[in-house]
Design a protein around this ligand. Structure first.
Ligand code: HEC
Length: 136
């Protein structure tokens, strides 16, 4: 009987630890505030958001962003697990409040561990990725 109690207590403890480590993963801390410049915030998106630009943006996103930001923009890509801060949630209210210009500027500049896309993608490619993010 004593042994049974020990086994039960032990498995409860292991269960609680697993539960807590999952919860910690789901709630990684956000990075430090990352304000864009005024000029960046005001910059208008020159690429019309239509089926064509969203489709191109989706392909570029799959190639360059999905590994961290996740298939649905929830910040749960395969690489996100190894990053200590949150990659953010593209479908959440914080991103909804940001202008296209602000998202474009952050994508252009990057901030470690997020890479810069200044050289990797052209201006129009980055705007198309923003159109796709807006469609999520
Ligand atoms: C290696 C992982 C990684 C990749 C790849 C990556 N990001 Fe990020 N991204 C991050 C992390 C981590 C943050 C949070 C950075 C911070 O707060 O300092 C972030 C933040 C952002 C933000 C700002 C979100 C906010 O809440 O301010 C935008 C916009 C963004 N990423 C867009 C993109 C786009 C578009 C791509 C692909 C072209 C991309 N990222 C690729 C890891 C990544």
């Amino acid at each position: 009987m004593k042994n049974l109690k020990k086994i039960l207590a032990g498995s409860l403890f292991v269960g609680a630890c697993l539960f807590m480590s999952n919860a910690a993963y789901a709630q990684k801390p956000a990075g430090k505030p990352w304000p864009a410049t005024d000029a960046a915030v005001k910059k208008a998106n020159p690429i019309k958001s239509d089926a064509g630009s969203i489709k191109e943006g989706k392909d570029l996103y799959a190639q360059h962003c999905k590994s961290c930001h996740g298939a649905k923009g929830k910040g749960d890509g395969s690489k996100a697990e190894k990053i200590d801060i949150s990659c953010g949630d593209f479908t959440g209210p914080e991103i909804a409040k940001m202008t296209d210009g602000e998202l474009f500027w952050k994508t252009t500049e990057g901030r470690k561990p997020m890479p810069s896309y200044k050289e990797k993608l052209s201006d129009s490619e980055r705007w198309k990725v923003i159109n796709y993010i807006r469609s999520l």
